[in-house]
Design a protein around this ligand. Structure first.
Ligand SMILES: Nc1nc2c(c(=O)[nH]1)N[C@H]1C(S)=C(S)[C@@H](COP(=O)(O)OP(=O)(O)OC[C@H]3O[C@@H](n4cnc5c(=O)[nH]c(N)nc54)[C@H](O)[C@@H]3O)O[C@H]1N2
Ligand SMILES: Nc1nc2c(c(=O)[nH]1)N[C@H]1C(S)=C(S)[C@@H](COP(=O)(O)OP(=O)(O)OC[C@H]3O[C@@H](n4cnc5c(=O)[nH]c(N)nc54)[C@H](O)[C@@H]3O)O[C@H]1N2
Ligand code: SF4
Ligand SMILES: [Mo]
Length: 701
């Protein structure tokens, strides 16, 4: 077969880089940047370059696997057998215990089409809102903050804003490693105007991002709210707020101004550990810049006050009118390639397609009409969220779970509960592209999924850009696209007549886009053909629109009922220090992707960090008489434990330790750091606090 070149999108992070891919002999053989992609202009990072090494080779799952009993060995089987069994068991469980006894735990790495079908099946037809995504561990706090402050979810900015910003504020984001193409673009802006552009990084760790910054605010973990309130206080005191914007376009200013006044810079310096001088410099740089752009990620979202932190950051933008104009805005970085699309199709436990909510009667009526079902089929009560699902399995409230495109037995906090839940469940089905994974090893039925380049569909990047991914090669063995697996499951459960007999991914897309008509995420103007031609379009893009929309709220009319943005007073509780405990922080390495099912297979990507480590400050190492490479055991409140080799580094603060979370039990015999991480949640977003766990550490032989 002659070679060919095609364009597609990177399946890793939410930057959503456009790629040019060479295909030969039925395989992807080479990946480069796509110069014509409107969002990323040919840029890419190492992870994408090595995609051909990641998608082939041993360990690809090609056939359905099934075991008759928990003690039996898994055997390869047919789709009819595996899916037939799964459907029959699911039906039995629903008949006996009701629809809320089953749950679907899916992923921001599924395509919009995959997400749409499973969401429709669960919420519209099975009658359960127990459908949640790993985006719960990732974006949930940002979603709630956008809804509260701006009246709807959705980052208002565009990547093009990077080229026009004068101040970059990165909070809890190690973009140098995690969103490299955006970070390089920010550094290019800085290099072009070194004296006029400032880069500020707020992170308790001296990350590669922090090293590249003009100002690094190395705060004590969990003190973002005081820091951001203090910055607001400085803006007020130095008359750097935009009174006119506040008066005409916002509500709630007074109580937020009062909250800020409680944080004079000396107090904030004491609580955050950041020198007052640096806080002042940062606030002035933000307030004096003609355009300030903030990026935030997991250091903000993964916290028990993740929503408050996000709101405190958005407040800075509302107070200075730094939103809805070029180069300015609060820009939450999405982690996964299609976390955005997942939100648009309603792939979280409280959502319905088109940014609709399950607890809104009118929204339920609209979806019932679109799906042609009686409205009482739609449950008004939000379903269980990610972490809650595994707790409900462990205590017997949930009986079955269907997992697709995520590896919770490695990526969830408190892994012991996850394993206990999966062991107690009557039915565990896992859809993945590889076998084994930590999660698939606990499944009764494992279904082979077609992955990147093997199935077509769409994703939405962090800047709201919907892009098309073509099917470039055939999937291996019997692997199938996720949307098709879900559609066939629906048919086996008895739902057919027009509801789930999609012939192609495009049929699914066309049905989904009809659901967006008249909503804030209206994409009725998009089609596969248009996306192929234009290479990605930023929503909204209703029928008849000549183009998408680069940035939202340019008229300063927000999505709230009265059109005004809302200030929210963020609350803050001092993180409680516990005797003999350390603060455990976790995060990512430049060359690994999550639980390593793909990047862990690529020798070139393992070089920069071949195994996990525990970073500890030199003073603490001395205190504990530790040498580089000594083995340290980490013990949280959960029962599990893990050990790592010591890396002595002044990049972490005294009293804190840092461990990258990529290595699960299949890749590292010392155990996963998620044995110890806490499953405490933000009360509003239900996002777990993966960045701050109180642990014991001790040296082991
Ligand atoms: N190379 C690589 N890139 C990725 C991914 C990957 O696995 N590998 N995953 C993608 C996904 S899904 C996501 S969600 C993103 C994540 O992207 P990021 O959020 O940038 O990455 P993390 O390393 O999880 O965490 C960011 C930082 O939060 C800091 N932090 C910890 N506690 C606090 C705190 O109290 N306050 C503040 N301000 N900061 C704190 C940590 O020290 C860490 O440096 O990356 C995406 N890109
Ligand atoms: N301690 C700690 N834990 C964390 C975090 C942290 O910062 N610290 N971050 C959290 C965050 S933000 C995230 S997003 C999660 C990520 O955690 P996970 O979602 O569990 O991580 P992945 O390894 O990306 O899992 C994706 C799975 O989908 C499979 N896959 C790939 N392509 C396809 C496909 O097309 N179809 C199907 N069906 N499967 C496919 C992969 O092989 C892999 O098994 O981790 C969370 N866990
Ligand atoms: S920056 Fe993200 S989307 Fe772009 S190539 Fe790297 S991993 Fe892929
Ligand atoms: Mo994420």
């Amino acid at each position: 077969m002659p070679g060919q070149t095609a364009t597609t999108i990177c399946p890793y992070c939410g930057v959503g880089c456009g790629l040019r891919v060479d295909v030969a002999g039925g395989r992807v053989v080479r990946v480069r940047g796509d110069d014509a992609h409107p969002g990323t202009q040919g840029k890419l990072c190492r992870k994408a370059v090595y995609l051909p090494h990641a998608v082939y080779g041993e360990g690809r799952l090609e056939y359905p696997l099934m075991r008759e009993t928990r003690d039996a060995v898994r055997r390869e089987t047919t789709w009819d057998d595996a899916l037939g069994r799964a459907a029959a068991q699911l039906q039995l469980i629903i008949d006996e215990h009701g629809p809320d006894s089953v749950a679907f735990y899916v992923s921001g790495q599924l395509l919009t089409e995959d997400y749409y079908v499973v969401n429709k099946l669960a919420k519209g037809f099975l009658g359960t809102n127990n459908l949640d995504s790993n985006s719960r561990l990732c974006m949930a706090s940002a979603v709630v903050a956008y809804q509260l402050a701006l009246g709807q979810d959705g980052p208002p900015c565009a990547y093009a804003d990077i080229d026009e910003a004068d101040c970059f504020l990165f909070v809890g984001s190690n973009a140098a490693d995690c969103h490299p193409v955006l970070f390089q673009r920010a550094l290019a802006r800085k290099a072009a105007r070194p004296n006029d552009v400032s880069v500020i990084v707020v992170d308790p760790r001296r990350t590669p991002t922090a090293r590249a910054a003009d100002i690094h605010l190395q705060l004590q973990p969990g003190t973002d709210v005081p820091l951001l309130l203090c910055m607001l206080n400085i803006l007020i005191c130095e008359q750097l707020v935009d009174r006119e914007f506040i008066d005409t376009h916002t509500n709630g200013w007074q109580t937020v101004a009062e909250a800020a006044a409680e944080w004079p810079v000396e107090r904030a310096a004491r609580v955050t550990g950041v020198p007052a001088e640096l806080i002042l410099r940062a606030a002035r740089a933000f307030g004096q810049a003609p355009a300030s752009l903030s990026f935030w990620a997991m250091g903000v979202n993964q916290a028990t006050d993740g929503v408050d932190r996000s709101l405190a950051l958005i407040n800075l933008h509302l107070a200075t009118g730094q939103i809805g104009r070029p180069g300015a805005g609060p820009f939450s970085l999405t982690g996964q390639p299609n976390a955005m699309g997942g939100r648009e199709v309603g792939g979280l436990a409280a959502l319905l397609p088109g940014y609709r909510m399950v607890n809104d009667a009118q929204h339920r009526q609209e979806m019932a009409d679109l799906w042609d079902i009686p409205v009482d089929r739609l449950n008004p009560k939000p379903g269980l969220t990610g972490v809650e699902m595994f707790e409900a399995l462990a205590d017997g409230r949930l009986k079955a779970i269907w997992i697709a495109g995520t590896n919770p037995a490695a990526s969830m906090p408190s892994l012991e509960t996850v394993r206990r839940g999966l062991e107690r469940a009557e039915l565990v089905v896992v859809q993945d592209a590889y076998f084994p994974t930590e999660t698939a090893l606990l499944a009764d039925i494992v279904l082979p999924a077609a992955q990147w380049a093997e199935k077509e569909g769409t994703t939405t990047s962090s800047e709201r850009r919907v892009s098309y991914m073509p099917r470039l090669v055939a999937p291996p063995g019997l692997a199938r696209p996720d949307w098709l697996i879900f559609a066939e499951l629906a048919q086996l459960l008895g739902y057919t007549a027009g509801d789930f007999d999609f012939g192609t991914a495009e049929d699914v897309f066309d049905e989904f886009r009809r659901c967006t008509a008249g909503t804030s995420v209206d994409i009725t103007g998009l089609s596969y053909a248009r996306l192929r031609n234009e290479g990605g379009v930023q929503w909204p893009c209703p029928v008849g629109a000549a183009s998408g929309v680069a940035r939202l709220y340019t008229d300063h009319h927000f999505s709230t009922p009265d059109g005004r943005a809302r200030f929210h007073r963020p609350t803050w509780r001092e993180p409680v220090a516990a005797e003999g405990r350390w603060v455990l922080n976790t995060g990512r390495e430049r060359d690994q992707w999550h639980t390593m099912t793909r990047t862990g297979r690529v020798p070139q990507l393992l070089k920069s960090c071949p195994e996990p480590y525990i970073g500890i400050h030199p003073d603490d190492a001395q205190l504990l008489q530790l040498s580089e490479g000594d083995s340290l055991e980490v013990l949280g409140d959960a029962r599990g434990r893990a050990r790592f080799n010591t890396r002595i580094t002044a990049d972490v603060l005294p009293g804190t330790v840092y461990v990258p979370f990529h290595w699960g039990t299949l890749r590292y015999s010392g155990g996963s750091v998620n044995e110890s991480t806490t499953s405490e949640l933000d009360p509003r977003s239900k996002q777990p606090a993966l960045k701050l766990t109180r642990v014991h550490i001790r040296r082991v032989a």
